[in-house]
Design a protein around this ligand. Structure first.
Ligand code: FAD
Length: 385
């Protein structure tokens, strides 16, 4: 386990920080308030290489590795969590899955423009009756000659409205994990439309939508991977995705801590700066320890992934710990600001709301604990046989 960052990783972190502070931070509050998709910022991020960080050079990416990606995502999230979640789903799950499972033609058609941020990816697994239990999905893909006919509804899809391509999971067999397949769907296909757009508590500048399929005809050439491989694709994508959400959570917490220090050093009560009260100094110390522990877990998971090893347990642990850390740290940040923390003028109010979803999406933290314990106990099961 090495946490020594290379010069290149530090340079990428710096570049992301500079971009995030200059371009994203000044617009974040207004975009959140107006539920405005950060399309122009994402386009700039594409030009700077942030949308193809994990894509190989052959397909127009920079192949910078998971550690550099995690560092950049943390910086983006510190400025605007809504932009960061779009970046995370796009890079970790969508680009990663298409690079790993896509045909040459799919990589040419989708991965190349994704790597430059020309189009953005979405990932559609959840349904109204299938959240934590994706195998309960009811969306079907029925074979019809050379095509598949898709019927069903997907729920809570990040970038559902603004995506250029969506990885859709649907049932090609009525039961079992091997009865699920993945398809690449684009807006404008007959029988596919965006349903309701959710009005959320936080991360309001990213769109979260229903996707509706009504006899949508999809050619077999749009199947990602083989028939029946969809569940494997989704689970492997989520391993990578959880490192993304952990990095995002870390970014929100970093920002909350920074704002708290800034505020605490200038606010005076009882004739002294509030950071001179020991009670508040200990709050800062607790925030810093919590953030540092999460940072090391996130880097560890990214390192394991970058080395090509199984990162399921490390990714779930990092996601679970970092997202719960972000709840604690943003809550403490509000407390430290007193009444001002509850007012929208102060960014910690947004950080608190933005952090809340991180324990829920890409698998709730209850599900992360199921994954972690299954990974730990799997060795014991093997020994018993
Ligand atoms: C803003 C937002 C963005 C999202 N983006 C996407 C996206 O891009 N793509 C996508 O496919 N989905 C997305 N989701 C969906 C998200 O992943 C699901 O909401 C999440 O997996 C939980 O599913 P659910 O909401 O149906 O809750 P449920 O599964 O109904 O869970 C309800 C409660 O039961 C608990 N629970 C369920 N099963 C167990 C168990 N076995 N053990 C212990 N506790 C359990 C859960 O932890 C939770 O507390 C998004 C959701 C939101 C709100």
């Amino acid at each position: 386990m090495s946490f020594l960052l290379t010069k290149e990783q530090l340079m990428i972190q710096k570049m992301a920080r500079e971009f995030a502070r200059k371009d994203l931070a000044p617009k974040a509050a207004e975009r959140d308030l107006n539920h405005e998709f950060p399309g122009d910022s994402l386009a700039k991020m594409g030009e700077l290489g942030f949308m193809g960080m994990l894509v190989s050079e052959e397909y127009g990416g920079d192949n910078l590795g998971t550690i550099a990606y995690s560092l950049a995502l943390t910086e983006i999230a510190a400025a605007c969590a809504s932009t960061a979640v779009v970046m995370s789903v796009h890079n970790s799950i969508c680009c990663g899955s298409i690079e790993k499972y896509g045909s040459d033609q799919q990589k040419e058609e989708f991965l190349k423009p994704m790597a430059t941020g020309e189009i953005i990816g979405a990932f559609a697994l959840t349904e109204p009756e299938a959240g934590s239990d994706p195998q309960a999905m009811a969306c079907t893909a029925e074979k019809d000659g050379d095509d598949y006919i898709i019927n069903g509804t997907k729920r809570f899809i990040t970038t559902g409205k603004n995506s250029g391509v969506t990885i859709l999971l649907a049932r090609t067999e009525p039961t079992g994990s091997k009865g699920i397949s993945a398809f690449l769907i684009t807006h404008g296909m007959d029988g596919f439309e965006v349903g309701r757009v959710e009005d959320k508590m936080g991360q309001c500048a990213s769109d979260t939508t229903d996707l509706l399929f009504n006899n949508c005809r999809v050619p077999s050439s749009r199947m990602l991977g083989k028939e029946g491989e969809g569940f494997t694709i989704a689970m492997s994508g989520l391993d990578a995705g959880r490192i993304g959400i952990a990095s995002l959570s870390l970014g929100i917490a970093n920002a909350a801590m920074e704002e708290s220090i800034k505020y605490g050093k200038q606010r005076e009560q009882f004739g002294q700066k509030i950071t001179d009260f020991q009670g508040l100094r200990w709050m800062i110390a607790d925030m810093a320890m919590d953030i540092e522990a999460a940072r090391l877990m996130v880097l560890n998971a990214a390192d394991i992934k970058e080395r090509g090893e199984n990162c399921t347990q490390a990714a779930s642990m990092a996601k679970c710990f970092a997202s719960e850390m972000a709840q604690r740290v943003t809550g403490t940040a509000i407390q430290l600001h007193g009444g001002y923390g509850y007012i929208k003028e102060y960014p910690v109010e947004r950080f608190y709301r933005d952090a809340r979803i991180t324990t829920i999406y890409e698998g709730t933290n209850q599900i992360q604990r199921v994954v972690i314990s299954n990974e730990i106990l799997k060795d014991k099961k093997k020994k018993k046989k």
